[in-house]
Design a binder for this molecule. Structure first.
Ligand code: DX5
Ligand code: ZN
Length: 216
């Protein structure tokens, strides 16, 4: 399959968000990646419903909502109402992960599980049937613009083995520090979705960088 590119809005210019959204609309990127942070699960607060609503009003591309919040099951219905196409919750933040994933799927939305860099990938096996997407964090969640953690490569390989063994069609997403330097290797190892913030939005020519990621 063609790699899905999901620009992370966290790195966009919030003083002129419309311009950056229109840039993504006109690009070959596939999804909008929206990082919602609560200041509890991660040491940062990003944005919430009003921004998600505004973005939804300006695009027809799918919204890939990454919830970095404690007990995310509390807010699934809210993001369903805001037209999310994918809702990803953290393994480390969820009291009852299976039920939360079922709740997401019940709304005909893709269910995702994100795992932190220090969490071993094998914990995912128990939930692989309920997850449409696994998001391997390649930085510690909370901030954009961090350095890519190379152990991500091993995690993709192991996740692939789990997916093959369980015969699921789970998508592998990689999030954090993704650029032209690591994209090709990530794709060759089996990544299906690349999230990228700074490499796209802080570039002189964002469209060119999106095309580059798409070309591998
Ligand atoms: C980190 C976020 C990422 C981040 C990616 O907590 O989940 O989505 O915004 O941004 P870059 O590509 O700049 O690392
Ligand atoms: Zn993210």
């Amino acid at each position: 399959m063609q790699t899905i590119i999901a620009p992370s809005i966290l790195a966009a210019n919030f003083a002129n968000l419309q311009k950056d959204i229109e840039m993504v609309n006109s690009s070959s990127a596939d999804w909008f990646h929206l990082d919602v942070m609560d200041g509890l699960f991660v040491p940062n607060i990003s944005f919430g419903m009003p921004i998600v609503k505004s973005i939804n009003n300006l695009t027809s591309k799918p919204l890939d909502v990454h919830l970095m919040i404690v007990d995310p099951e509390r807010y699934i219905n809210k993001f369903v109402d805001l037209n999310a196409s994918i809702i990803t919750v953290h393994y480390e933040a969820c009291k009852n992960l299976k039920e939360t994933l079922k709740k997401i799927r019940f709304n005909n939305i893709k269910s995702g599980v994100a795992i932190n860099p220090e969490t071993p990938i094998n914990v995912i096996e128990e939930f692989i049937e309920e997850a449409d997407l696994i998001c391997i964090m390649s930085v510690n969640p909370g901030f954009g613009g961090q350095k890519f953690i190379k152990n991500t490569y091993n995690k993709i390989e192991k996740l692939n083995e789990i997916i093959i063994k369980n015969e699921t069609s789970t998508l592998i997403e990689v999030d954090g520090g993704v650029s032209n330097i690591n994209a090709e290797k990530l794709i060759n190892l089996g990544a299906n979705v690349l999230v990228s913030g700074n490499y796209i939005f802080k570039a002189e020519d964002p469209l060119k960088n999106i095309n580059l990621l798409k070309s591998f």
